[in-house]
Design a protein. Structure first.
Length: 269
């Protein structure tokens, strides 16, 4: 039981239509230190600041009690600094690339510290050298027609490294298709298809917990199956209970599984 997922924010719009948003939560590893979620300004269809990656969509999602979501959700499930232009259902952005550690072999690894926080440290036995990525260029189209909602996006970036004794660069790219069909008021079918090459962070939970470093991963398959019940007893209060089964299999054949029971209570104000 914890309060890490609690969040607080401020949204302001002036008479000229300039919007500013700042939002924090407390999901910062094992600590309750505030974590910046969003900080952006928006005016005349242009958004500048920290927001969800433009290579992202909620269209194919199923309601879930798990705060971190399930494997295979459309695009990068992370926020990043960006400049985004929006025109109806179409948007393009130039944003800081998301890479969860850069390039395999020269990138740092995320190491759990004694105080419960996580920190990037050099890969054991490797000289990290210089790892750099160009900004990511993205384009997304998201719309709905009647009971059918759909989204598609693409992303491209260049990643390079230089250890002093070796250097290389490559173009990484990713994309997804997501959709939802409402069969009745209570029944729907939804899902997403993702693909990435040299950009593993854009296939959610394709690596370790959230994503692997660019260019390679030891994970063969991550699977999540769950059943839940969610309800709203009074206005602005929602609750949910969920049982989840998780399985993972590495390329070497090793596997593991876990079951967990979750409960959430949320008040929105």
């Amino acid at each position: 039981m914890d309060a890490n997922t609690s969040r607080v924010g401020l949204s302001v719009v002036n008479p000229e239509g300039v919007k500013a948003v700042v939002e924090f939560d407390f999901s910062n590893s094992a600590s309750l230190d505030p974590r910046l979620r969003h900080a952006y300004g928006e005016y005349n269809n242009v958004r500048i600041g920290r927001y969800w990656s433009n290579c992202n969509s909620w269209v194919g999602n199923t309601a879930n009690v798990d705060f971190d979501g399930v494997p295979g959700t459309a695009g990068a499930q992370d926020r990043t600094e960006q400049i985004t232009y929006m025109s109806g259902p179409f948007s393009v952005s130039l944003e800081n690339a998301i890479d969860y550690g850069g390039v395999v072999g020269v990138a740092p690894v995320l190491t759990l510290q004694p105080d419960g926080t996580q920190q990037l440290e050099p890969t054991p036995g490797q000289d990290r050298g210089t790892v750099a990525s160009s900004p990511a260029l993205t384009a997304k189209f998201e719309d709905s027609q009647g009971g059918f909602s759909y989204a598609a996006a693409v992303m491209a970036k260049q990643t390079a490294y230089d250890t002093g004794s070796a250097d290389d660069s490559a173009i990484g790219f990713a994309g997804f298709l997501a959709g939802k069909i409402a069969i009745t008021d209570m029944i729907s079918i939804q899902g997403a298809i993702n693909y990435a090459d040299g950009a593993n962070a854009y296939v959610y939970r394709a690596g370790s917990n959230f994503a692997g470093a660019d260019a390679a991963t030891t994970t063969e398959q991550n699977t999540s199956m769950y059943i839940n019940y969610m309800w709203s007893p009074v206005d602005k209060v929602s609750m949910g209970v969920q049982f989840e089964n998780l399985e993972t299999e590495s390329q070497g054949g090793a596997d593991g599984d876990a079951n967990r029971l979750m409960y959430v209570a949320q008040y929105s104000f």
